[in-house]
Design a protein around this ligand. Structure first.
Ligand SMILES: [Ca+2]
Ligand SMILES: [Ca+2]
Length: 166
């Protein structure tokens, strides 16, 4: 992973990190509230058969802040937003089993902004998750999750209750 200067497209010296396996940028947000955004990447370690979400600080060496890993699963998508109303954005991750199967159901994980090993909550979708949006849809001050999955759209509140399915 490299950081490029937007003005001239040149790589920034020292802003480089080699994961040695497949890595995707999942999101950028100020997770710890220090005014500077952290970088969230999704890493697939095929050898260890482990998928991880890794939070990096946007400084020289792109140092790792924290990570959440799951054996035999890949994280394919992540959204961020303040789901529990504590002022910090949570990490909303989607994980699916690393194997191929006809009836794969992906799981949504709502993780703390420090990627604590215990998710705040998780929810099993009806199939593949095709999109997640975090927004306060009913205006009560806490964000809901809108999820497109397996041909359906569901709205989830915190604590994994499906408020409405259409
Ligand atoms: Ca920050
Ligand atoms: Ca929060």
């Amino acid at each position: 992973m490299y950081v490029l200067n937007a003005a001239d497209g040149k790589t920034r010296p020292d802003y480089e990190r080699n994961f040695g396996c497949m890595v995707e940028i999942a999101g950028v947000a100020d997770f710890d509230g220090d005014g500077r955004p952290e970088i969230l990447v999704s890493v697939r370690d095929e050898k260890a058969r482990t998928g991880s979400l890794v939070m990096l600080r946007g400084g020289p060496g792109l140092p790792e802040v924290c990570r959440y890993s799951l054996a035999e699963h890949w994280f394919s998508f992540a959204a961020t937003g303040d789901v529990n109303g504590d002022g910090y954005p949570e990490v909303v991750a989607v994980a699916g089993p690393s194997g191929i199967g006809p009836q794969i159901r992906e799981t949504i994980y709502v993780l703390s902004h420090t990627l604590d090993p215990t998710p705040l909550w998780e929810w099993k979708a009806g199939g593949f998750v095709d999109g997640v949006i975090v927004s306060d849809l009913d205006g009560d001050g806490a964000s809901e999750l809108m999820v497109a999955h397996g041909g359906r759209v569901s709205v989830l509140r915190r604590r994994s209750q499906a408020a409405r399915q259409e």
